[in-house]
Design a protein around this ligand. Structure first.
Ligand SMILES: [Zn+2]
Length: 395
């Protein structure tokens, strides 16, 4: 990838993908073209699409979906090599996952992402207009060479491997922040040693050591509750233009100047609920947002429950789309956390969530799979969760 000081980000993507089911096409999602990001000024385009090194037919079936075909289907168990070039327009200082703010750059969900769900097939859910994710992707090993403007550095998923290359193993996405940073590093025992590396963009008054200490403490606490944090590092970019907004990516967080405390813990908890145990964020948003909200601890009293939202917790983003953002927050975040809390005492619920994480680590969970895993510890879970609209069977 080339990330210039101004203008478009460009790169080449090469993927080796082995489907576990036969399929007639390859699909890539261009999330920067979703309605919200497009309105903000993002645009991702691809060109020179190839299969096995040869030019291939690719079609944009909607602004966020590229479909690649060849004369014959792709067999299960046979690796396929696809490559393409991409160019990304990044908007100015918007509070979202793609932005240039001051001299910093925030790049999340920014390259063509392969949305395969093992055992299911392609996840082709529509993009949302909400400030929310609708992506899903299998875990993969990433190797990314970054060309940066002189005098800047990167904070990204994974670890630097020399010569501008970053490597990240067994992660479902790759995010990057670029800028001039003041940095601090601590080692958290979660329970294996994890390097927590924090960069605060120059000009911000946040202390990097304070953020690193807080994120490290959260990692230790959450690893006791939900199981080991499996990656060797967690990197954090504190950037301008996202004051009370945190955005989670695998082994990488974007935080703002005002995310101290429970918002930071929420984002760290996403390392278990989204990053390690993935979900289709369009179909099952409660599995990442509801559980990360549960992990924050006692709910703030300002979230009074509105009975009208009961039984809606399991609804997909397409349901929340077009309703007030507050309805989505109450129905998915708050009632999702309440659904978990209503299963029993915290130590028992945490134990059930450890079972869920252990059964679904590195995979893409479903609500039915969640109920099944939790019921191995709490047999009454299917009844309790059904009251919130989280079904024990795939609907
Ligand atoms: Zn969240």
């Amino acid at each position: 990838m080339r990330i210039p000081a101004r203008g478009r980000v460009t790169g080449t993507l090469a993927v080796v993908f082995t489907p576990d089911l036969p399929t007639g096409r390859l699909v890539f999602r261009l999330w920067p073209n979703g309605p919200r990001q497009a309105r903000e000024g993002s645009r991702l385009s691809v060109s020179d699409v190839r299969l096995g090194g040869r030019p291939a037919a690719a079609a944009l079936t909607d602004p966020t979906t590229v479909v690649v075909r060849r004369g014959r289907p792709f067999a299960a168990g046979v690796p396929v090599r696809a490559s393409m070039r991409f160019a990304l327009r990044v908007p100015g200082p918007v509070a979202d996952r793609l932005a240039r703010a001051g001299r910093s750059l925030r790049l999340g969900s920014f390259f063509p992402l392969l949305p395969w769900e093992p055992g299911v097939g392609w996840d082709t859910d529509p993009a949302t207009t909400s400030l929310a994710e609708t992506s899903s992707s299998p875990t993969a090993d990433f190797s990314v060479r970054l060309h940066l403007p002189a005098g800047t550095s990167a904070i990204a998923s994974g670890d630097p491997a020399g010569d501008g290359v970053w490597r990240a193993r067994a992660v479902r996405d790759f995010a990057v922040a670029v800028g001039r940073f003041r940095a601090a590093t601590v080692t958290a025992h979660a329970p294996r040693p994890v390097r927590v590396v924090v960069g605060v963009a120059a000009g911000m008054s946040v202390r990097p050591a304070a953020v690193a200490g807080e994120v490290g403490d959260d990692l230790v606490l959450l690893s006791h509750r939900f199981g080991p944090y499996p990656w060797p590092s967690l990197r954090v970019a504190v950037l301008p233009g996202q004051h009370r907004l945190g955005i989670e990516y695998p082994a990488m967080l974007f935080l703002g100047a005002g995310t101290r405390g429970e918002l930071t813990r929420h984002e760290v908890a996403h390392q278990w609920f989204y990053s390690l145990v993935g979900d289709d964020q369009a179909r099952d948003p409660v599995l990442d947002e509801g559980l990360a909200t549960y992990a924050m601890g006692p709910l703030p009293v300002r979230f009074k429950v509105t009975p009208a939202f009961l039984r809606l917790t399991g609804e997909p983003m397409s349901f929340w789309q077009g309703r007030p953002y507050r309805a989505y927050q109450l129905g998915v975040y708050i009632d999702g956390a309440r659904a978990a809390r209503s299963l029993g005492p915290r130590s028992l619920v945490d134990c059930a969530l450890r079972a869920y994480v252990a059964r679904n680590a590195y995979g893409i969970a479903t609500q039915a799979g969640f109920v099944k895993a939790v019921a191995t510890v709490i047999p009454s879970a299917p009844r309790t969760l059904a009251r919130f609209g989280i079904p024990a069977r795939r609907g």
